[in-house]
Design a protein around this ligand. Structure first.
Ligand SMILES: Cc1cc2nc3c(=O)[nH]c(=O)nc-3n(C[C@H](O)[C@H](O)[C@H](O)COP(=O)(O)OP(=O)(O)OC[C@H]3O[C@@H](n4cnc5c(N)ncnc54)[C@H](O)[C@@H]3O)c2cc1C
Length: 394
């Protein structure tokens, strides 16, 4: 089948990988002008880690990854207030855990398909017409083309979902925070392999030192701090962050200064996506477009890769019965994804506690993480993946 995939992030190229293996012809349609390798740092583990192994990309993922040693929560002076060793995650994941920039994971996946897959950069779908036995996909620049299926792998604010299912406000469930992130060279403070974080009520700033003297900075703030709609141009994003974090203390000013020299700043609401049905006719959703668990899950990339594997596997097994493949894909994954979304929400209050007491409580909880049974109690349900990867013989 000829399959149009909107979005060349994590889910889209993962699906292309498996579709190529099963004899299909994917076309990736990506609105960005090319591949961006950086971005915020993600933790990578769980069932997605197993999928990466099946894809044969694990050695490259590990080579690009960082082995975080410690999560350190600091006071305004910079002195350690609390934290825990990352060994707790290693133990829970049987040492199958790494951290790397999201764009680098996406790039490794994309590299596995780029020579065999048509990829249209700086392109987007403007209309989708389903005729029952195929879909006409109209591209902003490339005219109208015929495909057998169209896949929305275009993230939380999915374009395919908007065109086929309707406005995104119906499907986006904000969890109460905004997040901003950027990468900068030469930041004056570095703690190798330590994720360092400082919080004030409703605000949190963090940094992680990367290779080549680069640093990733992350800002999180509660929604009530921003009265305006989500900004889109970079100057407006920076102005809002200055306004919210300018007087926060610790390294906030240095971080904001570093941000001013950055050309790109990621800025978005932290939300989950809840879509009552992941497919409609010949259109299907994948990754964050279908069931974004938000950054609170710390696993969205691995889940998106798992969805891609299962969707391709079900298409293979259904022998051309697309409706059956879509329905099996959703039946296998929906309960697991809903559970992941639910357990992610339990962590919302620890990302940017809203009160001084909340910060104290979170810090106290981190002390308990050194005791394995208590760590299991606190984190176990979200770290554990209750999903067995089916064997599709791919
Ligand atoms: C701050 C932050 C921290 C996170 N931390 C973690 C973590 O620790 N671990 C983890 O596993 N996950 C984490 N996540 C979640 C993870 O990044 C996502 O779940 C994952 O990237 C989803 O993959 P995706 O391919 O569905 O969407 P994306 O990676 O968002 O890719 C979507 C792609 O679609 C493209 N696109 C969008 N609109 C269009 C359009 N109209 N036309 C064509 N293309 C389009 C985009 O440019 C992009 O390339 C975090 C997320 C955030 C924001």
């Amino acid at each position: 089948m000829k399959i149009a995939i909107s979005g060349a992030g994590v889910a889209g190229p993962s699906l292309a990988h498996w579709l190529l293996k099963t004899g299909h012809e994917p076309t990736l349609i990506e609105e960005a002008p090319g591949f961006r390798a950086g971005g915020y740092v993600i933790d990578f583990w769980g069932v997605g880690y197993d999928v990466a192994e099946k894809m044969g990309i694990l050695p490259e993922v590990m080579a690009r990854g960082y082995q975080v040693q410690e999560v350190r929560l600091v006071k305004e002076s910079g002195a350690k207030a609390a934290g825990f060793s990352a060994d707790v995650f290693r133990r829970m994941t049987h040492d199958r855990f790494t951290s790397l920039p999201r764009g680098e994971l996406a790039e490794v996946i994309f590299n596995s398909v780029k020579d065999k897959t048509e990829t249209l950069f700086s392109e987007t779908i403007t209309a989708i017409e389903d005729h029952g036995d195929g879909v006409s996909v109209t591209l902003q620049k490339g005219g109208t083309r015929e495909f057998d299926l169209v896949v929305g792998a275009d993230g939380l604010h999915s374009n395919v979902r908007r065109l086929v299912w309707g406005e995104q406000s119906q499907f986006e469930k904000p969890v109460g925070f905004h997040v901003a992130a950027f990468e900068c060279p030469g930041y004056p403070h570095r703690d190798e392999d330590v994720y360092v974080s400082f919080a004030k009520p409703g605000l949190s700033i963090s940094r992680f030192a990367m290779r080549d003297d680069r640093t990733l900075v992350l800002f999180i703030f509660e929604n009530e701090r921003m009265a305006t709609p989500l900004p889109h141009d970079v100057a407006a994003k920076k102005a809002i962050l200055h306004d919210i974090f300018g007087n926060m203390g610790w390294e906030a000013r240095e971080m904001l200064d570093a941000m001013d020299d950055s050309a790109e700043v990621y800025f978005d609401r932290v939300s989950q996506a809840v879509v009552p049905q992941w497919s409609k006719g010949r259109a299907v959703l994948l990754g964050d477009a279908a069931a974004c668990p938000s950054l609170l899950a710390g696993e969205g990339t691995g889940l998106a890769m798992t969805e891609a594997y299962v969707l391709a596997g079900e298409l293979k097994q259904s022998g051309g019965d697309v409706a059956k493949a879509f329905s099996n894909y959703e039946a296998r994954l929906r309960p697991f994804l809903e559970e992941k979304q639910k357990s992610a929400l339990a962590f919302a209050s620890s990302f940017a506690p809203r009160t001084e007491f909340g910060i104290w409580l979170r810090n106290m909880a981190t002390h308990l993480m050194v005791i394995p049974p208590l760590a299991d109690l606190l984190m176990g349900s979200s770290v554990k993946d209750d999903f067995d990867l089916p064997d599709y013989g791919m």
